[in-house]
Design a protein around this ligand. Structure first.
Ligand code: ZN
Length: 249
């Protein structure tokens, strides 16, 4: 099965449309979304409508989704994120709110597991080290594990010898999820962020997961950043949230 994997859309409709068009061109058969569908950006309802309409979608919620529906303490958030969460919460339609309320923060599917941050604390903790990856072993039954939250395209992989590799994934990088002997390895994979990348590459980030070939390929896509920046400013959201989109930070 070929999956389109994406995360951290953050209400950025232009970036989402570009990624979904790429997935369609690539003839993906199903979709994986690792949370933070809303927050920061100017189009929460339109993004949720688009995501809700995807066939064969496995999705979880992130901390910003929980904040938007009043299920996460905003004390966790910096002032920009807090302001955007309150703004988003006021604008969500009843259908959008209901959809977010129905998402869990972790999901085990037949071919993979999803957790926004880490399996231990999906809405809070960032997986940024091989040590944290190892700590997740007892909590994951079905590999690979797909994550989001850090807005960084990352791979943690345990090789056949048991050693853990940590990789920042550049555009076009394909990770093999089998050992040299052909066995599936444990791996945690972050496709980066669709709507607010933070690895100093401002292009939308996503990935293709081929469960038969056991490969994960990172993809970067240009989209109309000035259009989103203009919408953020027109909505009265913090200017910083517009500025950071051009620098990918
Ligand atoms: Zn996020």
């Amino acid at each position: 099965m070929l999956y389109g994997v994406f995360s951290d859309v953050h209400s950025n409709l232009e970036a989402l449309e570009r990624v979904l068009a790429f997935f369609e061109e690539s003839r993906v058969e199903a979709y994986i979304c690792c949370g933070d569908l809303v927050g920061y950006g100017p189009d929460p309802d339109a993004c949720l409508e688009r995501i809700r309409g995807l066939k064969s979608l496995s999705a979880i919620c992130g901390n910003h989704d929980l904040a938007a529906i009043g299920r996460m303490d905003l004390a966790w958030f910096n002032p920009y994120a807090r302001q955007a969460a309150l703004w988003t919460g006021r604008r969500l339609s009843a259908a959008s709110r209901e959809y977010l309320e129905g998402l869990s923060a972790r999901l085990e599917a037949p071919e993979f597991t999803l957790a926004h941050g880490t399996p231990r604390r999906p809405a809070e903790e960032y997986m940024l080290s091989g040590a944290q990856f190892k700590e997740s072993f007892p909590l994951v039954r079905v590999w690979p594990l797909f994550i989001g939250h850090s807005h960084m395209p990352l791979c943690f992989r345990q090789g056949g010898d048991g050693a853990v590799e940590s990789m920042i994934l550049e555009e076009g990088r394909t990770v093999d999820l089998r050992s040299s002997s052909g066995h599936a390895v444990r791996a945690a994979l972050n496709p980066g962020s669709v709507g607010q990348p933070r690895d100093q590459d401002c292009r939308a980030s996503c990935a293709l997961y081929d469960s038969e070939k056991a490969t994960f390929r990172l993809v970067r896509l240009d989209y109309d950043i000035p259009a989103v920046q203009a919408k953020i400013l027109a909505a009265g959201l913090p200017e910083f949230l517009a500025v950071r989109l051009s620098s990918g930070r």
